[in-house]
Design a protein around this ligand. Structure first.
Ligand code: MOS
Length: 728
């Protein structure tokens, strides 16, 4: 059964990706294709007083300039603009809807021309006059206006009183800046007009059915009018969860002009879209002298837009992870004149756990305890917030395996005690945690008499390896070589799937495929039984292996069964719903160890080694899984040392909206990364014991690096990213 599952299988789409055969949203061709270029607002709040497109329209090659005053109809009700992952509270942004300006960089016109250069040039000729209004974009100066998010968390015990009497108390603000998505692939849509009113939309998205429903709702179209595809995605990790405004603009253009329209945002324009919200994470820990916790308090204050309440679970991890009789959590939002934040790899956890794990390190220093020892003293085999056991939790093993691989035992605990020539050496560690989520997904398998199977599902592969694990699970379940499996994904007409996010797609898609394969097996068993003189006249415990259908030592080839039965193809589709036992908590965990070397004179920080030991149930593919974790670690290096969206609050405008000035780790910043998958059998979570990977790769990494910087230098930097100016 396990020829492929659990092995380091290479990507089945790898060749297409490296040869350029894989096409991305902005690469699809169409006859008479037009190109749209976005004109963006240059004020953060107010209204458009005058919008003059006459000069732009005079440019040869310009076909039209769409604006709020000149466009096809758009839905008016908020509900029509809510996609499957929109914040519950608020009114989603609608491009070119009216004259209101809600954030700097907001699209206010789309210049459509025969070629991209013409559209881009003509966009500079659109004249705009604004009536600007008072605005605010600075979270720290507006901190006092923070308002509690709905559903306040029930406190446990009396954390304030416990903090007051604690023998050792640690209380600090950790500041995580806003960070913008910078995937390789730009936000892009090609909307292909089919001549009969139908539109095929190639979009950079993590959820084709989400975008399809959204577009139908926004444009008042029937389901058959719009088909959305996203066969390959050049990185997304949250940026493509909600339908982004380029997909609305390209579709609007196609409807207005009855021609195919492509809209690709520039790197700079991508900064008008999703980002990890800036948060001030206030953590207070109270401990007994022996290192057991008596109180945990975590309050997050996060930025959101004026028009939508975006919030994620920043604070719940503190309460869940460590034993403490008293705890108090709160999450507050500050509404500012900015775009709505969005999910970004491990939303909530990446920021909240960063603060928590830095605070735990500070507490370990105050208690004169080894950081791992402190975490083991507070270790809990139960989810503390729900008081539930876990389906599995091998975090203890993560600490042990990670520490051993890293050489943690050789650490001198004193700050500034380790050196390598001119450089100070620091070793730090942190815990990572994420949820093991699973969602309803359907898959269809068509098995043909030549022993080939096609598996299809609307799920996306955002680079995470979905094509490959779907092929692996199908090959094993059908007993076929993986080369006999072809996989179709990310087409809204295929069987149902939610957006790919939250690390839920591996477990979810795998079980859908497994279910469909089992129906195929049953059908084959039925056909085999009916064959005259069948060796499988009374099939029990039927398995499919090596192209054969086998039972009780007897076997016939699948091809023979289908030929004899005169069946050319067997098609089965299955929707898998997980039945979750509510009496268990489901999480993945990790222990992250980091080594930094700091140039004492220049303050330059290098992350020379990272070891990440991960417990995430069964790993379907140890090769793509390792890549997931490595990617998360690299992103964690960025969060610790590089990434920061800088706003000029006088103008409410982002100052570093480009990857020259918005820093992300490059090859020279990334050194040794060691990924360890801790064996974590889990018979409760689902049949395959799969928890999912991805988000867990980043969680804990920024804190491990910050803690290593403290160990190297003796300086505790609580404002991220840790740049050299903060060290010298
Ligand atoms: Mo998930 S936030 O789409 O990596």
């Amino acid at each position: 059964m396990n020829a492929y599952v659990g092995t380091p299988t290479s990507r089945v789409d790898g060749r297409a990706k490296v040869t350029g055969a894989a096409k991305y949203a902005g690469e699809f061709a169409a006859d008479h294709l037009l190109h749209g270029f976005v004109v963006a607002a240059t004020i953060p709040r107010g209204r458009i007083a005058r919008l003059d497109t006459s000069e732009a329209l005079k440019v040869k090659g310009v076909v039209d300039v769409l604006t709020h005053a000149h466009r096809p109809p758009l839905a008016d009700k908020d509900d029509a603009w809510k996609d499957e992952v929109a914040p519950e509270k608020g009114s989603p942004f609608r491009p070119l809807y009216d004259d209101r300006i809600k954030f700097n960089g907001q699209p206010i016109a789309l210049v459509v021309a025969e070629d991209w250069e013409t559209a881009k040039f003509a966009a500079t000729l659109v004249r705009v006059e604004y009536e600007q209004e008072a605005f605010a974009t600075d979270l720290e100066s507006e901190r006092g206006k923070a308002a509690k998010v709905d559903q306040p968390h029930k406190p446990r015990g009396d954390a304030p009183a416990a903090l007051t009497r604690a023998a050792v108390r640690l209380e600090a603000d950790y500041v995580i800046p806003s960070e913008h998505h910078n995937p390789m692939e730009l936000y892009a849509t090609t909307a292909v007009w089919d001549g009969n009113g139908g539109i095929t939309v190639y979009d950079k998205t993590q959820g084709v059915q989400n975008v399809q429903k959204f577009l139908c709702s926004v444009f008042g179209k029937k389901p058959d009018d719009i088909r959305v595809l996203s066969p390959y995605v050049g990185g997304a990790f949250g940026s493509g969860l909600r339908p982004q405004h380029q997909v609305v603009l390209a579709t609007l253009g196609a409807l207005a002009l009855k021609r195919s329209v492509r809209v690709v945002l520039t790197r700079q324009q991508m900064y008008s879209l999703g980002y990890r919200p800036m948060t001030i994470e206030h953590v207070a820990l109270g401990a007994k002298p022996d290192g057991t916790l008596d109180a945990v308090s975590h309050e997050a204050i996060a930025v959101t837009s004026r028009f939508e309440d975006f919030s994620r679970n920043d604070t719940g991890w503190a309460e869940q992870l460590y034993k403490s009789p008293n705890s108090r959590l709160s999450h507050k939002l500050v509404h500012l004149d900015v775009a709505t934040p969005c999910d970004m790899r491990a939303p909530g956890a990446a920021s909240g756990v960063c603060a928590l794990e830095c605070a735990m390190d500070e507490l370990a220093v105050a208690l004169k305890l080894d950081p791992i020892e402190l975490r083991l003293k507070c270790y809990s085999d139960r989810d503390q917030s729900e008081d539930l056991p876990y389906t599995s939790k091998r975090l203890r093993e993560c600490y042990a395996r990670g520490a051993e691989a890293f050489g943690w035992g050789r650490r001198n605990p004193a700050p500034r005690s380790m050196r390598d020539g001119k450089e100070l050496v620091g070793w730090g560690m942190a815990t990572g945690v994420w949820e093991a989520l699973q969602m309803p997904v359907a898959a269809r398998i068509v098995l043909t008499a030549n022993g080939h199977a096609e598996v299809s599902c609307a799920a996306s592969d955002i680079g995470t390896g979905t094509y490959t694990i779907v092929a692996q699970v199908a090959a094993d379940a059908l007993g076929l070589p993986i080369d006999n499996i072809s996989v179709r994904l990310a087409d809204s007409t295929l069987p149902q799937a939610p957006v790919e996010g939250g690390s839920w797609m591996a477990a979810s898609s795998a079980h859908a495929v497994l279910g469909a394969a089992e129906d195929i097996r049953q059908e084959l068993a039925r056909l085999a039984k009916a064959m005259p003189g069948s060796p499988l006249a009374d099939p029990v415990n039927v398995t499919l292996v090596d192209g054969m259908i086998a039972s009780n030592g007897a076997a016939v080839s699948i091809a023979d069964v289908m030929r004899h039965s005169k069946v050319e193809r067997i098609e089965k589709q299955k929707l898998n719903q997980f039945v979750e036992d509510k009496s268990y908590a489901r999480n993945t965990h990790s222990a992250v160890f980091a080594e930094v070397k700091v140039d004492e004179e220049l303050g330059v920080i290098r992350v020379t080694r990272v070891v990440s030991a991960v417990a995430a149930g069964r790993i379907l593919n140890t090769k793509t899984g390792r890549s997931q974790i490595m990617g998360g670690v690299v992103w964690g290096i960025g969060m610790a040392l590089h990434e920061e969206t800088v706003m000029d609050h006088r103008f409410g405008r982002i100052m570093n909206a480009n990857i020259a000035e918005y820093h992300i780790p490059v090859n020279a910043d990334v050194h040794d990364i060691d990924v360890i998958f801790v064996d974590e059998p889990d018979e409760r979570i689902n049949r395959l014991g799969v928890k999912g990977l991805g988000e867990i790769g980043i969680v804990g990494v920024p804190a491990a690096i910050a803690n290593a910087v403290y160990h190297a230098t003796g300086k505790r930097i609580r404002r991220f990213p840790i740049t050299l100016d903060k060290l010298i």
